[in-house]
Design a protein around this ligand. Structure first.
Ligand SMILES: C[S@@+](CC[C@H](N)C(=O)[O-])C[C@H]1O[C@@H](n2cnc3c(N)ncnc32)[C@H](O)[C@@H]1O
Length: 313
């Protein structure tokens, strides 16, 4: 928590809008149709595949001159700094600032700061942004887009989720990893597992298909993460978990019957109180028959192909 809060900026495709908003609700308890969200909740900018930057707010002011006055009291702690203007794209109603204006703003703010500027290798990155009619200054962090490096996996699979969808699903399942034990018992090639493990989420994997179990283990090792993937059906899971992720097998590839799907959801209910289910088919009836209720949901699109993401409790 930070009393003044954080500003998070987002970049997402229109197809991802709904999924991005479900992920926002998981992190912040609220969402926005826009591309900036302000919250007192701290989330690393690297977590979300849709997040571009985070500003940890130190000062805010209705006027730029007022912000300058506040910043002149700011002391960088014995290190070099650089100021970044974040108005590089339209931020909700605030139009993108031209390059020259951004450099001028960065210079003016930089001149007020007590400390040594360094444009090439600064120790501290500071940000300034105009959003929602107000000026904000604070600690700046850009997402390292870790998910991007996970796109090239040694082993792939026709039914695998995209890396971005998988990362959002891991976040929706486990927004705050501390003390949470999770399982992906139909893990396929491990797309969700790789994202979860890269974010410090304690998630184990399992799959009935020995070939994908080997592939997911290799994918996890390839990126230098450590995780456990067991071969076997979900029906054999005996332990319980805080949350289960189920990317439902669907008929196109696995010839699963509706009874088989229901059995998987019933097993999910047996091993966890919360489930995040990804499904191509509409399975609301099965979800309630298994004893879950749908607390939140969205549609993740890719062109005309649609998957539903259901948060079940
Ligand atoms: C849609 S795929 C999962 C894809 C995975 N999320 C990925 O991105 O690679 C569904 C997986 O469920 C597995 N599966 C089907 N029935 C199962 C069962 N009863 N227990 C465990 N795994 C099962 C299939 O082998 C398949 O790998």
């Amino acid at each position: 928590m930070n009393e003044l809060g954080f500003l998070y900026t987002y970049v997402r495709h229109v197809d991802e809008q709904d999924l991005c908003r479900l992920e926002m609700r998981a992190f912040f308890g609220e969402d926005t149709l826009g591309n900036v969200i302000k919250s007192t909740v701290r989330v690393d900018a690297d977590r979300s595949p849709f997040m571009k930057e985070r500003l940890e707010i130190i000062f805010e002011d209705a006027e730029f001159e007022g912000l300058l006055r506040q910043v002149s009291n700011f002391q960088v702690e014995g290190e070099t700094f650089r100021v970044m203007s974040m108005n590089t794209t339209d931020l909700d109603g605030e139009k993108k600032f031209p390059h020259a204006d951004r450099r001028k703003i960065e210079r003016e703010i930089g001149l007020c700061i007590q400390g040594e500027p360094d444009l090439t290798a600064p120790a501290v990155l500071l940000g300034v942004v105009k959003w929602n009619g107000k000026w904000f200054f604070g600690k700046y962090e850009e997402s390292k887009a870790i998910w991007f490096h996970h796109q090239k996996k040694p082993h792939s699979y026709s039914t695998a989720l995209s890396t971005r969808v998988a990362r959002a699903v891991a976040n929706i399942a486990v927004p705050f990893p501390e003390g949470i034990r999770a399982i992906d018992p139909c893990c396929g090639i491990g797309t969700v597992l790789v994202e979860a493990l890269s974010m410090g989420i304690d998630m184990m994997g399992r799959d009935i298909n020995p070939l994908v179990v080997k592939g997911s283990r290799k994918n996890i090792a390839h990126f230098g993460y450590e995780g456990t993937v067991v071969k076997g059906p979900i029906a054999d899971v005996r332990e319980t978990y805080d949350v289960v992720v189920i990317d439902m097998p669907y008929n196109l590839f696995t010839h699963i019957t509706p009874e088989g799907q229901l059995g998987i959801i019933q097993d999910a209910r047996r091993i966890a109180k919360k489930a995040v289910i990804v499904t191509v088919d509409t399975i609301d009836n099965m979800v309630s028959e298994a004893g879950f209720s749908i607390a939140d949901r969205c549609v993740a699109k890719k062109g005309t192909f649609e998957r539903q993401v259901l948060v079940c409790e």
